[in-house]
Write a protein that binds this ligand. Sequence first.
Ligand SMILES: [Zn+2]
Length: 298
Amino acid sequence: MQTILTKPDECILCKGTDFGFFLELKDHFLSKQSFSLLQCKSCGLMYTTPQPDINDIQDYYNSKDYTSHDTRDNSLKNFLYKIARKISLASKLKLISSYKNYGKLLDIGAGTGEFINYFHKHGWEVSGIEPNEKAREQARNKYKLNVGNIDDLNGIAESSLDVITMWHVLEHTFDPVKQIKLNFKLLKPNGLLVLALPNYGSWDAHHYKQYWAAYDVPRHLFHFSENAVNNIAKLTGFYVHDKKPLKFDAYYISLLSEKYKTGKTNYLKVGINGFRSNWAAYSGHSGYSSLIYVLKKN
Ligand SMILES: [Zn+2]
């Protein structure tokens, strides 16, 4: 597992050159290696350093525990996760349908295809992109859906899509600006880009600090503040049309963070901290654990 020491010369979003050390933390999930977070002082975008080499990044994913790719695990955690996922699929459909009823949707980071399958069943024309070969195969075999690898993005016609979704994916990409610019090209003039991102301005992030599971270094290469999302939208021709909380994430991230911090699974504490996070956000004292940003073309 090679890593490259990265101290950015200038911020990829705002061109700021002043970076501050934010936090030192470990890859709790897999490698146990240490990483640092550097924060752009002008816009708040944070950078994981050192970054894994692009050729080695898969080494940090290869585990059966990576929930977004695993559907066979029968633990209570996974059971709760599946219930949450069902509710979350319904709420994603409700959200996107409030802007557009039907159309062509591309999900980047489609995993095993649950999300696009759900939209397909509700009348959407869907396709997906997924870098993980096993997940891709599972999506194709189980749902008979069109899920390609990253190179297939280049084969999509310009201005052909109504909606592109990236659920907790942008923070994994090596060049988020390039990715959003490409999305801009692929979307129709009134197209929507839906991004879900963890929010380090949340109560649970402040509470768990270096154990906060949504830092998820080094798989998360960037960490977006709400201001950083405004900046990436502006830079690429979009504007932030709407913002919605992902309230389940406060519980799911607290579950993982509690485990990283104490080595134990304490559902009572998880319930309390998930609630506290959502309550703090609801009452305006901090941000939600994760946010959905709906971007529109300018
Ligand atoms: Zn910046």
